[in-house]
Design a protein around this ligand. Structure first.
Ligand code: PLP
Ligand code: COI
Length: 341
């Protein structure tokens, strides 16, 4: 087979149906052995747990073509581990992390013709997800589940690629204290839709959510964690029990410390401190690290010195080092790169 005919360099972040997807079903207390299928549609009973009570969780990771001619995935074991945690929180049976990595490997290998070529700027986004599939009318967990993985070739998450974003402080909360903000549940994204549509209508690229308890501390955006750079060149990243433990953020913290020799503080970040930072970035699988140029809080503008035309210098170094590791140009820490073929 040959690569499919796609204009790789002009891809946005959208869904393109690929040839194969993985599906495993949970019934009578056990996961079946799982298969690849060409059928992208799912037939469900009208009363399925996912449709009535939103019992669904997901993950997001990427596969890359490296300069050495391999196809690799970035730290899939951590996505498998996080998905186990998400499942426990929503009373779903965990899909074991070893099987998760094996299923990612099989799905990407079966869709190798959709992996964007090295140097194209695009990647293969992998979307594992799980949902309650049998009928549930009283509020309780389903007894049957499907675990699935599909993938889709993608370009940058934010239109404009590396152009600095303008974000606004949201009047909505993303997560409740002791709620589900630290897991990847579909419900966290459903409730963020009104906030993101409102932000877009008002001309902003994303929302900055504050802590739901006091609304004085920076949490995260709808789909990424924050990294700030201080004027004396330290990295500061919010620590909170109600944000998603981003694998990209954890990787960038390691890159900053071990590759760039920078000091990193993981701590509560007051919104009042934001005006004093030199750079700001949004980090996540889809966002990679996307620079923020301006934060608007009900008309009050906070403009970072890095400006609105380019990534700041530290954000640029973090971006280049992380993507260099992912594409095989820079030696990776042990265990970060999972070779698919
Ligand atoms: N925060 C939220 C709310 C997200 O949806 C994501 C995306 O997965 C992230 C942060 C970044 O996490 P990761 O780096 O593991 O993709
Ligand atoms: C990811 O980065 O993988 C996500 O799930 C974020 C989502 C908003 C696309």
């Amino acid at each position: 087979m040959e690569k499919v005919n796609i204009d790789w360099s002009n891809l946005g972040f959208g869904y393109i149906q690929t040839k194969e997807r993985y599906v495993s079903c949970y019934r009578d207390g056990a996961w079946d052995e799982g298969v690849l299928t060409g059928d992208a549609n799912i037939v469900l009973n009208e009363c399925a747990g996912v449709l009535q009570y939103a019992q669904t969780i997901f993950e997001g990771l990427k596969a890359y073509a490296t300069d050495g001619g391999h196809i690799v995935a970035f730290r899939p074991d951590l996505n498998g581990e996080r998905m186990e945690a998400s499942a426990r929180r929503l009373e779903m049976p965990a899909f074991p992390r070893e099987r998760f990595v094996e299923a990612v490997t099989k799905t990407v290998a079966a869709n190798r013709d959709y992996v964007p070529p090295y140097g194209s700027g695009a990647t293969l986004y992998i979307r594992p997800f799980m949902f309650g599939s049998n009928s549930v009318i009283g509020v309780k967990p389903a007894d049957e589940y499907q675990f699935r993985i599909f993938c889709t070739p993608v370009g940058p998450y934010f239109k404009g690629g590396a152009k600095p974003l303008t974000i606004c402080v949201s009047d909505f909360d993303r997560a409740a204290p002791h709620g589900t903000g630290n897991i990847k549940a579909g419900l966290n994204y459903a409730m963020s839709l009104h906030a993101i549509v409102s932000a877009h209508k008002n001309g902003f690229d994303e929302n900055m959510y504050l802590d739901p308890g006091t609304r004085t501390k920076v949490e995260e955006t709808g789909g990424a964690n924050f990294l700030f750079v201080t004027k004396d060149n330290k990295i500061v990243t919010p620590k909170s029990d109600s944000i998603l433990p981003s694998i990209t953020r954890r990787s960038l913290v390691h890159v900053a410390k071990e590759y760039l020799g920078m000091e990193v503080e993981e701590r509560e970040v007051l919104f009042e401190e934001v005006k004093d930072f030199a750079e700001c970035g949004l980090c996540g699988t889809a966002a990679v690290i996307s620079p923020v140029g301006k934060v608007v809080d009900h008309g009050r503008e906070i403009c970072f010195p890095s400006g609105m035309t380019e990534m700041g210098p530290v954000t640029r170094k973090l971006y280049d080092t992380l993507t260099g590791i992912q594409m095989g140009e820079i030696e990776a820490p042990k265990g970060w790169i999972h070779i698919i073929e």
